[in-house]
Design a protein around this ligand. Structure first.
Ligand SMILES: Nc1ncnc2c1ncn2[C@@H]1O[C@H](COP(=O)(O)OP(=O)(O)OP(=O)(O)O)[C@@H](O)[C@H]1O
Ligand SMILES: [Mg+2]
Length: 362
């Protein structure tokens, strides 16, 4: 049966440096044609995870499987060059003494004509055709990166590990190269593990995101689920600014100036945070001291004073000092909306976009 096994499977990988667990029990599966993104802040263990899969570093414990075959545990180990895994790492390096075309052809087998065609095709797709004969030192950093990408894609690896592969490209170029790369990888049914610390990149590229923090995967799922059903406040905050409204549970409810929130499964007396993103705060004008009427969708309005407002391009960001407790809340409004500091407005929360989390006390 085809595809009975994931192309790549890692089980309970652990890596310690100086006694500190840098990768802590990480497990993942990637199927042919699937793009999984390891997303997390700097230092959380993303590159270390990739290095173990590539085989350039040995894990303390855990297993790596390819197409149902064990390729590495703590005893047995297939050497990196025999893993047939494509690599595109942060510190990629082209061979300085080889021309661009020779760099891309490096890992290719077959006739000269076949190799030539493959090289030409890939250079065209990354927009580097006219540099076929150039040497790496004649290229900019971003151009070198595109050549490295072409080189990694050329031998059609069945698994591709990519560590921030687009970080050296400017925004406009990046979108095009990203889409082109994805298309090539999908065409070839490659299983891709992409590392990034940029949420936009993960959302744009991944079929599945594995959110990583302090060596652990804290949440995994489709981008839509990670964004809309975050596991905790940090998971919300990783993707956008957050607003936090504090309360305490009483009778399975948290009372706030914005109305009551259900707190299923949280004990009475527990402090909670109601977390929401700036785009899910609604604004309304003050009508001589009163605001809009409460609704089921948006709860009760609370009053605040504009601290500052800024135009951000496609939206405006307005910060408020709230009357009830002096806290600051941020709201984004599409297009241009720049109320003057000191202006009084009413804020409402899109209740189905609010998340209630217990406050962790250590
Ligand atoms: N060879 C090593 N020896 C000791 N500590 C290391 C080694 N390699 C990495 N570390 C540490 O392990 C942690 C995880 O590093 P890693 O490179 O995996 O992070 P990362 O998630 O890729 O971060 P970034 O987004 O900045 O690239 C860091 O605290 C780093 O300092
Ligand atoms: Mg890294």
């Amino acid at each position: 049966m085809q595809n009975a096994n994931p192309r790549l499977k890692i089980k309970n990988l652990v890596q310690r440096y100086d006694g500190r667990k840098v990768v802590d029990d990480v497990s993942l599966e990637i199927w042919p044609g699937q793009v999984v993104c390891l997303l997390g802040p700097s230092g959380c263990g993303k590159s270390t995870t990739l290095r173990m899969i590539a085989g350039v570093e040995m894990q303390n414990s855990g297993e790596i499987w390819v197409d149902g075959n064990l390729i590495c545990d703590t005893v047995f180990r297939v050497p990196p060059e025999r893993r047939q895994i494509g690599l595109m790492f942060q510190d990629f390096a082209l061979f300085p003494h080889l021309r661009v075309g020779e760099n891309v052809a490096f890992g290719l087998r077959g006739s000269k004509a076949d190799k030539g065609m493959r090289v030409e095709e890939l250079l065209r797709r990354v927009g580097m055709s006219r540099y076929l004969e150039a040497y790496p030192h004649e290229l900019s950093g971003g151009e070198q990166q595109r050549v490295a990408l072409a080189r990694a894609l050329a031998p059609r690896p069945s698994i591709m590990l990519m560590d921030e592969p687009f970080s050296g490209l400017d925004n406009r170029l990046r979108d095009g190269i990203r889409d082109e790369t994805l298309e090539i990888l999908r065409e070839e049914e490659t299983a891709v593990l992409l590392v990034t610390h940029e949420p936009e990149e993960a959302m744009r590229m991944a079929d599945e995101i594995a959110l990583m923090r302090r060596g652990r995967i804290v949440q995994q799922g489709a981008p839509y689920n990670i964004y809309n059903a975050p596991v905790d406040r940090e998971a919300v905050a990783f993707f956008s600014d957050v607003n936090i409204i504090c309360s305490t549970v009483n009778g399975a409810l948290a009372d706030t100036p914005f109305g009551q929130f259900l707190t299923p499964g949280i004990a009475d007396g527990q402090e909670v945070e109601i977390v929401t993103r700036p785009q899910h705060i609604k604004l309304d004008f003050d009508r001589s001291g009163t605001g809009p009427s409460p609704t089921i969708e948006n709860g009760t309005a609370a009053r605040g004073t504009v601290l500052r407002s800024r135009f951000m391009g496609s939206e405006s960001l307005v910060e408020f000092r709230m009357e009830h407790d002096g806290s600051t809340l941020k709201a984004t409004v599409p297009n241009v909306f720049l109320p003057k500091p000191g202006k009084v407005m009413w804020l409402l929360l899109r209740r189905n976009r609010c998340f209630v989390f217990p406050v962790e006390t250590d």
